[in-house]
Design a protein around this ligand. Structure first.
Ligand code: PLP
Length: 390
């Protein structure tokens, strides 16, 4: 193992807690640890800090403060939004949900659970670039459609979907619209009011807050039922003693993440493009997955013929490079990525895919190092691969 170099290129899986986030949250673990519902001063301080964080999240999304509800993660937010909208719809006899075939499992498995309860799910197929058109959504909406749930940006191939256009269609047709924006927040300009979004999920650990803090935006007037019942926290809509420190962290993280989106994207996209360029020029039989035009600035997803993504990951790790094949949640499974199958890759190519996801902490030197190591790894694995030899 090369102990001298460490390159973290898996920012779509999770991110390192930043200094500003760490500094903001620390007092709420040590001195200001009060239960926000209690009446003494350390509790009040926590309560005020939570409300400040709510304001920070609202401002970052173009929402009102009372439209933001803190949760434990992106998966919880997705579950709450989709199950809640389904219940609202069912009460009016509407049991049809529209989504895509390449959502995160927090959305897909929730839809599958609802299908078992009698909901009908339309899975819009993405094209070979990993995109859908607003017209596909318009054509799929029916009288009994309760919800459209479509991700803002894909976690594996980084494609950015036409969310403002889809929002406009849903609003015109009076159908609730939820977007899983876990990968988009901090990378794409989001304004829930202008983009006609009714429900939006986000997660702190993708934007340099710790794991365990998320939020759901619920447009004022959308009365989805609670997912978690209990105490009166979060305006009575999400029970559970507030995670003061992590909520403060999320507020700081989203403020930082949405401050200079364009300049950060420009810097990170340069790294991504340098990496993709270098790989395409030095390694034969590769395929870059997903649209290059509508793409998150940090995402590079590349398939290598004749070898397994997992072996590439293990060898990269031996060189101190952290990357991913498919989504982190599904690694360990031998099934090929559903996202890569959705864009039409055959099983063998889907198996040989690598995701490198850069963030603002990465440098040109990181990319140079990956470009030094990766071609040798691919060559070595191909030399050992009976599939490649064939
Ligand atoms: N949605 C997308 C698009 C994601 O990428 C992820 C995490 O990878 C999630 C939802 C789940 O978020 P969390 O890990 O906070 O539950």
């Amino acid at each position: 193992m090369n102990m001298n170099r460490f390159v973290y290129a898996d920012n779509a899986a999770t991110t390192q807690v930043s200094d500003s986030v760490f500094d903001a949250m620390l007092p709420f673990l040590k001195e200001k640890y009060g239960n926000a519902s209690s009446i003494y001063s350390i509790a009040h301080e926590a309560k005020f800090a939570i409300e400040d964080a709510r304001k920070q999240v609202a401002e970052a999304l173009g929402a009102q403060k009372n439209e933001i509800f803190f949760t434990s993660c992106g998966s919880e937010s997705d579950n709450w939004a989709i199950k809640g909208a389904a219940q609202l719809g069912a009460a009016k006899g509407k049991k049809h949900i529209i989504t895509t075939n390449f959502e995160h499992h927090a959305v897909l498995h929730t839809c599958e659970a609802l299908a078992k309860e009698g909901f009908e799910i339309t899975y819009l197929p993405v094209n070979e670039e990993g995109l859908i058109t607003p017209q596909q959504v318009a054509d799929a909406i029916r009288e009994d459609t309760a919800l459209v749930t479509i991700m803002y940006a894909n976690n594996e191939i980084g494609t950015i979907l036409p969310i403002p256009e889809i929002g406009a269609i849903c609003r015109e047709k009076n159908v609730l619209f939820h977007t899983d924006a876990v990968q988009a927040v901090g990378h794409v300009h989001i304004n829930v009011a202008e983009q006609n979004i009714d429900l939006l999920s986000l997660s702190g650990h993708k934007i340099h807050a710790p794991k365990g803090a998320g939020a759901l935006y619920i447009r004022k007037g959308v009365r989805i039922p609670n997912l978690i019942h209990g105490g009166g926290q979060e305006a009575g809509r999400r029970a559970g003693t507030e995670n003061n420190a992590f909520i403060v962290a999320l507020g700081q993280a989203i403020t930082d993440a949405t401050k200079d989106i364009d300049s950060k994207n420009a810097k990170v996209a340069k790294l991504r493009d340098k990496l993709i360029d270098g790989v395409v020029k030095t390694i034969p039989k590769v395929r870059v997955n997903g649209s290059m035009e509508h793409r998150l600035s940090g995402n590079a997803n590349i398939s290598f013929e004749g070898i397994e993504g997992e072996s590439i990951l293990l060898m990269l790790d031996m060189h101190g490079i952290c990357a991913s094949s498919g989504s982190a949640c599904t690694s360990g499974s031998l099934d090929p990525s559903h996202v890569l199958l959705a864009i039409g890759l055959p099983h063998e190519k889907a198996h040989g895919s690598l995701r490198l996801s850069f963030g603002e902490n990465n440098t040109e030197e990181d990319v140079d190092y990956i470009l030094e190591v990766l071609p040798k790894i691919i060559q070595r694995l191909r030399d050992m691969s009976p599939v490649w030899q064939a």
